[in-house]
Design a protein around this ligand. Structure first.
Ligand SMILES: Nc1nc2c(c(=O)[nH]1)N[C@H]1C(S)=C(S)[C@@H](COP(=O)(O)O)O[C@H]1N2
Ligand SMILES: [Mo]
Length: 196
């Protein structure tokens, strides 16, 4: 009967409108890392931003005092998996950049272990990105980027640098690690900006 219903109904299963083109839903959370998981000492964690005007630093306590928010977002990996409705907790980059003066419009994000990724400030500000400390109601595990990772859910997940250490502002856009290896400079999943 189900065969007949399917065949004659001519109806395909509704595609979730939150699923970007070429993506498939997952319910687990895969781990994707280009190298080994670095050991990051959470107690000694600091975040730094370097601009054309100087360096800003926050220790863990100062940084979290900028204001922790809970957000629920969808994440999209360029390897075609999407995970919907994921709860995260972190500090909005808006709060961080409220303390930073720069005329630069781009940043290179740097992680422990040497990973880098480039972003336009317009893709970080305006409620679009966080430095996340928790996901699924628990501190980030080391394999998922703990103690802190960038979260930029509107771009492919390679932009969400794990084990984040800080960022350096740039006058013009330059490719980070995956972007130098063929991935798109921007990475919008709705436009399928997978490869450069
Ligand atoms: N530091 C660092 N961040 C990283 C990566 C990495 O290799 N190193 N991989 C990126 C890629 S390609 C993806 S898909 C996501 C995977 O995050 P997850 O392992 O928590 O799912 O992290 C991104 N951030
Ligand atoms: Mo990825």
């Amino acid at each position: 009967m189900s065969f007949i219903t399917r065949g004659f109904g001519g109806r395909r299963r509704e595609r979730d409108p939150r699923l970007p083109p070429g993506q498939t839903l997952v319910s687990d959370w895969p781990v994707l890392s280009a190298g080994p998981t670095p050991a990051v000492d959470a107690a000694a964690w600091e975040f730094a931003i370097g601009t054309e005007k100087g360096v800003h630093r926050w220790n863990l306590e100062e940084f979290q005092a900028l204001g922790m928010e809970d957000v629920t977002v969808d994440i999209h990996c360029v390897t075609h998996w999407t995970k919907l409705d994921m709860p995260w907790r972190g500090v909005s980059l808006d709060r961080v950049f409220a303390e930073v003066d720069t005329s630069h419009r781009y940043v290179m994000v740097h992680s422990f272990g040497g990973y880098t990724t480039n972003l336009a400030l317009d893709d970080l500000l305006g409620g679009k990105s966080w430095i996340a400390f928790e996901a699924d109601g628990a501190p980030l595990t080391p394999e998922h980027g703990g103690p802190a990772r960038l979260l930029v859910p509107h771009l492919y997940f390679w932009k969400s640098a794990k084990w984040v250490q800080g960022l350096i502002t740039m006058a013009s856009d330059k490719p980070g690690f995956w972007e130098q290896n063929g991935y798109h400079l921007h990475g919008d999943p709705w436009r399928e900006e997978r490869y450069g």
